[in-house]
Design a protein around this ligand. Structure first.
Ligand SMILES: [Cu+2]
Length: 299
């Protein structure tokens, strides 16, 4: 019960900032950091902006185009098994087009419109990249290279591309299709929606009966449950001990307080305790993360 109450309390405390939902227009707030890198303090970013320099092989700008791309969970609804998507999966432009992309993120999370494979002498790491945190709009301009080529466009946030936020941009006739573009090309790993749930459950049951390995696993599984039981009771005992020790102390603290004051005081105490408990863990996690970074090769 106490657990449930504290969870409820925490969710009320943290849901406050999320309640205020509005669209943000980053375009008027961006600061130019040079080299086509623009950024603001509200989570908007443009990288690889290029509105003036012609890529090698372009004699002039062939066309000036603007495109508005929406991104969000709701655009994935028509693609079974996908979670995120752009509203457009395929773009086509003439070589040497000056293209302005207006990117509108409709989710309460971060999304990107990131294009790869551009000439590196002109675009840092060969990328043109728009990024928006939360429901907002951001715009950027680039000049497409000459030649027929298909470029990958995706959101680079972990798992967003795998979950559907992927598109292709063909300059000229393109040079083929990319795999796993929702609604355009076949998935590399196709999901099976032909079997119904009862059928799958029946199949799993037959598999379980016919596989002897499962029988030898189940006693071990029993052990695991037992272990969890003992951990839980250990925590319960510690909790009870802390409670017993703290009771007289708290009794003294709450003396003369109104109910509201007592609650406010408890929340404060609870927050402090959480901070004390969390700090060694976060330091430990940081330690592991820095070690991991050292091992990973540079991109
Ligand atoms: Cu995303």
């Amino acid at each position: 019960m106490v657990k449930l109450l504290s969870i409820a309390l925490l969710s009320v405390l943290f849901s406050g900032p999320l309640a205020a939902l509005e669209y943000e227009d980053h375009d008027s707030m961006l600061m130019d950091h040079g080299d086509g890198h623009l950024m603001d303090m509200a989570g908007g970013m443009v990288m690889g902006q290029n509105a003036d320099t012609l890529p090698g092989g372009c004699k002039s700008i062939s066309e000036t185009k603007e495109v508005t791309v929406h991104a969000g969970h709701k655009y994935a609804e028509k693609f079974p098994g996908r979670m995120f998507a752009f509203d457009t999966q395929e773009f086509k432009f003439k070589p040497c087009t000056k293209l302005t992309v207006h990117f509108i993120n409709e989710d309460n999370i971060r999304h990107q419109w990131m294009m790869h494979g551009l000439p590196k002498y002109l675009y840092p790491k060969g990328m043109f990249h728009l990024e928006a945190s939360g429901p907002s709009k951001i715009s950027g301009t680039l000049i497409l290279p000459p030649g027929d080529k298909t470029y990958l466009v995706h959101c680079d946030i972990a798992q967003h591309m795998e979950k559907g936020m992927k598109a292709q941009l063909k300059v000229g006739d393109g040079d083929g299709d990319l795999p796993s573009i929702p609604g355009v090309t076949a998935y590399i790993e196709a999901d099976d929606y032909n079997a119904t749930l009862p059928e799958l459950a029946a199949k799993a049951e037959i598999d379980a009966k016919s596989t002897p390995v499962v029988a030898s696993v189940s006693p071990a599984a029993g052990k695991v449950v037992k272990q969890e039981d003992s951990i839980f009771s250990g925590i319960t005992v510690i909790g009870l001990a802390i409670g017993l020790l703290a009771a007289p102390l708290l009794g003294r603290t709450f003396k003369g307080m109104t109910a509201a004051e007592a609650i406010a005081h408890s929340i404060d105490f609870f927050k402090k305790m959480l901070g004390i408990l969390a700090s060694p863990f976060s330091r430990l996690i940081k330690l592991f993360n820095t070690k991991k970074n050292k091992i990973l090769p540079k991109k």
